[in-house]
Design a binder for this molecule. Structure first.
Ligand code: FE2
Ligand code: FE2
Length: 184
């Protein structure tokens, strides 16, 4: 249980910093005249909150993470920083921590911790992809064009515009667990 707890605390801290950062990035994007990228960051921050909720549930004890200073740049810089963060999380941090709890995965506690971490890792990969699309759009001079973003309330998975499947790709829950956010 000790390794799982340590891993979950590291992740809750990282995700809590991401929530704050994305809230600030959202305001900045709206201020620069990119409301849709602002919405993207806003929903991303909500998705990270879902990861925190799941990790805290797995941790099963009180924990208050330490928050860092947030560096805010232009929206292009913010998107670039966010892509870097999400990519590092999905490719390095989560795989390393999931591996670190391997010896505890036979216990119920370890299983819940691993599930929460595996969902979040997959979602971070999708977050990186969405952010890259936004950066590409902004580099060619315009905001992204979206009608809304569906957020899976179970795992934080995000789908732009339309739900084409009956279950969430990441957690397998029914599409009724998605809520639509339009920024209005
Ligand atoms: Fe993320
Ligand atoms: Fe999901």
């Amino acid at each position: 249980m000790e390794k799982s707890k340590e891993a979950l605390k590291i992740l809750i801290t990282g995700e809590s910093n991401a929530v704050k950062t994305y809230e600030m990035f959202s305001l900045k994007a709206k201020e620069e005249g990119y409301p849709q990228i602002g919405l993207l960051f806003e929903v991303l921050s909500k998705a990270e909150r879902i990861h925190i909720k799941n990790h805290l549930h797995a941790l099963d004890e009180d924990f208050v993470p330490e928050l860092n200073e947030i560096a805010i740049g232009t929206t292009v810089e913010n998107l670039t920083a966010a892509i870097k963060g999400e990519t590092e999380e999905s490719r390095k941090l989560y795989p390393r921590l999931i591996k670190s709890i391997k010896s505890e995965c036979k216990s119920e506690y370890g299983k819940i911790a691993r599930l929460s971490m595996t969902w979040a890792q997959k979602v971070e990969k999708e977050h990186a992809r969405l952010l890259k699309t936004a950066l590409k759009s902004l580099q060619s001079g315009h905001d992204i064009s979206i009608r809304g973003i569906y957020l899976c309330q179970v795992c934080g998975n995000m789908v732009l515009n339309e739900l084409s499947k009956e279950v969430c790709d990441v957690c397998g829950h029914d599409s009724q667990f998605f809520s639509l956010l339009t920024g209005e």
